[in-house]
Write a protein that binds this ligand. Structure first.
Ligand code: FAD
Length: 315
């Protein structure tokens, strides 16, 4: 990628200068050094629908324009070279540098890339999503506007049983008759929407009328975040321990940005998503060729067993 520099030596007709009123402040522009392309191919929106009424839509990116033949990963490398010096700038070396940065948790260059999304999700998903505090968010206001009658409903086959190993999770589908009972229960909750509308129309403040609505009603927001913190979000929310419904949104977000920052997302898969982190006890067990670690904690032991399987040891 050509490194644009601010300089007074731009050729006439390529770079431009403009002076302030008194001529005291001069803005100098530099040519990029080649044609620029839009990372979203000129589209206003890239949208992936999630569940029945949800979606994740990418609506803007920074950098939005990049030199032809590069990817938005180049903004990461460009920033990193402030600390590492210009050095060589071949595409293969850019890839190596990006991977090095991610592997060594040199994270700030990844904050130079940002993505803005428009998303719609049920409130119980939004409750988990909003915990990621480093994003900038603006949400639909149920005080200002009437909530729309869109509700999340899993299919009967997707109603999960309480997990026996993870107190926070669900696992395989529950029997069909209980699943149907669960869906009837959702019907009953959603029936309150009519009462909500009627009370709003009769003058109850929308900010109060809404408090009887169920958590599966949809909300929407604009959500902007830098790539470093998006990776953190994806790492936590694409993980099998996260609730299935938020995993589905995280995957959609992943799939939208992957073509724009392919080098980073490949490194993220290699060094984060598909990697295994080992504790001191686990390393000691590995070195001693033992199947168990030195702990009385059953959960920690089970986690080691799961890691052993991923590493190709054990049953
Ligand atoms: C599987 C799972 C289960 C969970 N269960 C629960 C639960 O039972 N109860 C619950 O309350 N939450 C729960 N959470 C939410 C979790 O505790 C975090 O709040 C959430 O994942 C956001 O993570 P974060 O704080 O790292 O992210 P962000 O808020 O995006 O922050 C990113 C990083 O920025 C830094 N940072 C941000 N804000 C501050 C700050 N104010 N001060 C210092 N550093 C800051 C920290 O390094 C932080 O790691 C769960 C999350 C997951 C993935």
């Amino acid at each position: 990628m050509a490194e644009p520099s601010i300089s007074t030596e731009c050729k006439p007709g390529v770079g431009q200068e403009s002076a302030g009123k008194g001529g005291e402040r001069i803005v100098r522009t530099a040519p990029e050094g080649g044609p620029l392309v839009d990372v979203m191919g000129g589209a206003a929106r890239w949208q992936i629908n999630v569940h029945d009424h949800g979606f994740v839509a990418l609506i803007d990116a920074m950098p939005r324009l990049i030199p032809a033949g590069t990817t938005a990963d180049s903004a990461i490398v460009q920033a990193a070279r402030v600390s590492y010096g210009a050095g060589t700038k071949k595409v293969s070396e850019d890839r190596g540098l990006t991977r090095y940065l991610l592997r060594h948790r040199h994270t700030t260059p990844f904050e130079m890339v940002e993505f803005k999304f428009h998303c719609a999700m049920p409130i119980f998903v939004a409750r988990q999503w909003i915990r990621h505090r480093t994003a900038n968010v603006n949400e639909y206001s149920g005080r200002y506007s009437v909530m729309t009658d869109r509700f999340y409903r899993p299919s009967a086959e997707n109603v999960r049983k309480q997990s026996t190993v993870n107190r926070q999770g669900g696992e395989e589908p529950i029997d069909l008759s209980t699943a149907r009972e669960f869906l009837d229960y959702l019907d009953a909750c959603e029936a309150n929407y009519k009462t909500y509308l009627s009370l709003s129309e009769r003058g109850v403040a929308r900010e109060l009328a809404r408090v009887g609505l169920p958590q599966n009603i949809y909300t929407e927001w604009y959500w902007k975040c830098d790539l470093h913190n998006i990776l953190r979000f994806l790492s936590l929310r694409m993980d099998a321990h996260a609730q299935q419904e938020i995993q589905d949104y995280a995957r959609a977000m992943h799939d939208l940005i992957a073509p724009i920052v392919p080098v980073t997302m490949e490194a993220f898969k290699d060094y984060e998503m598909d990697s295994v982190r080992l504790t001191r006890l686990e390393i000691e067990a590995l070195r001693a060729g033992k199947a168990t670690i030195e702990t009385d904690n059953k959960r920690e032991q089970a986690e080691w067993e799961a890691k052993r399987k991923r590493l190709g040891f054990g049953s």
